[in-house]
Design a binder for this molecule. Structure first.
Ligand code: GTP
Ligand code: MG
Ligand code: ZN
Length: 351
């Protein structure tokens, strides 16, 4: 396998190149996005690159290179100039925090997400469900990890702990003493890209170090009083494991605002719901009051807990709100361009 393939290159990207580009450009993968430049890994090393002038103003925020993107650049010695960002195979996004209805791309071209929670900060099923649903929206398969199992488990957490293993095949590991790191290692394939997701301090960087058998990445202890990590990792960075596989470390993410519409899959990704929803009488059942709704029936019969049902409905409402708001915005954009067109037709001149 050549270096580009090890970096995740595939026919999907290769087929988008023109002959001219193949001859004159260098192919690279964005490892880190800095304020004013990009760190790009390529066949012969690492290059600090900037965007070509026409891209600086020509690209919208989400079209600019993100960690994981493939780019073409020209080498000018001490720096490279990026001339094109290749179309993405997929990307992980979330709704921007706050009231604004906008999507924020976190990383591009990833095969799997390693979703980490830990015993020290505490397991949080609601947060896991939310993350899994968003990964499902983005077409990315999750690998769920419970870290810091060298610490004793709080009694109140035992039920969630068991549930996560049963429902999500969670792998219970300790980055500290190396327990079950081999089980995670087995899931990692050469040339595939894995993004780490989880709150600050759960041990994302420590796990990458453990997988690599060394101490390359910076890690930091959790504050005793607030049980919070200190946001040690501040950029999204791409690492090669000696054993193959590309790891993308990210800063801790607290919230995963949901988007919808990337995946045309009608299933929800929410555990336990889809099996019932498939059997509902109406294919567009909203599971609120319809006759023949199997989800409601499952709740009634106690097969599905009310808490799970309510959380499912809450996430659904959030996605619907996002979807209808973006549709509204697109419609408004269309209306405006119509008005401008008509204005031009009727002889208006932009002086
Ligand atoms: N006891 C124990 N501590 C661990 C384990 N894994 C990581 N830690 C500790 O937890 C703290 C946080 O680990 P990091 O790897 O920095 O966490 P992170 O998720 O990368 O945090 P951010 O970069 O802030 O998002 C460090 O003090 C680690 O030594 C583990 O398995 N057991
Ligand atoms: Mg970190
Ligand atoms: Zn239903």
């Amino acid at each position: 396998m050549n270096i580009l393939n090890k970096l995740g290159w595939s026919d999907f990207f290769d087929s988008s190149l023109t002959e001219n580009e193949k001859e004159n450009m260098i192919i690279g993968r964005v490892s880190t996005v800095n304020k004013s430049n990009f760190i790009v890994i390529h066949e012969n090393g690492v290059k600090t690159c900037e965007l070509a002038g026409n891209l600086i103003y020509g690209l919208e925020e989400n079209e600019r290179p993100k960690t994981g993107d493939w780019v073409l650049f020209i080498d000018y010695g001490d720096q490279g100039i990026i001339s094109r960002v290749l179309a993405r195979k997929n990307y992980l996004s979330r709704k921007k925090a706050g009231k604004e209805i906008a999507e924020q791309i976190i990383v591009s071209n990833v095969d799997s997400a390693i979703v980490v929670q830990c015993l020290e900060i505490g397991l949080n099923l609601r947060r896991l469900e939310r993350t899994i649903v968003q990964l499902h929206n983005c077409g990315i398969t999750p690998i769920v990890i419970i870290n810091k199992t060298d610490l004793s488990i709080d009694e109140t957490q035992q039920e969630v702990f068991d549930f996560m293993i049963k429902t999500y095949d969670a792998i219970t590991i300790s980055a500290k003493d190396g327990k079950n790191i081999n089980l995670l290692q087995k899931k990692i394939k050469t040339g595939r890209s894995y993004v780490f997701i989880g709150a600050s301090g759960v041990g994302k960087s420590s796990i990458i170090n453990a997988l690599n058998g060394n101490e390359e990445l910076k890690t930091e202890a959790i504050s005793e009083s607030v049980k919070k990590g200190s946001h040690t990792t501040t950029t999204r960075d791409l690492y090669f494991l000696d054993s193959g596989g590309i790891m993308i470390d990210t800063p801790g993410t607290r919230e995963f605002g949901l988007t919808k519409g990337i995946s045309d899959d009608t299933s929800s990704g929410f555990h336990g719901i889809d099996d019932y929803a498939k059997e509902c009488k109406f294919h567009n059942c909203t599971h609120t009051n319809e006759k023949g709704c199997q989800v409601l029936k499952a709740v009634k019969k106690g097969k599905l807990s009310e808490e799970e049902y309510e959380n499912f409905m809450k996430l659904n409402r959030e996605m619907e709100h996002y979807e209808s708001s973006t549709k509204d915005r697109k419609q408004k954009g269309k209306d405006l361009s119509k008005i401008i067109k008509n204005m031009k037709k009727s002889g208006y001149k932009n002086r």
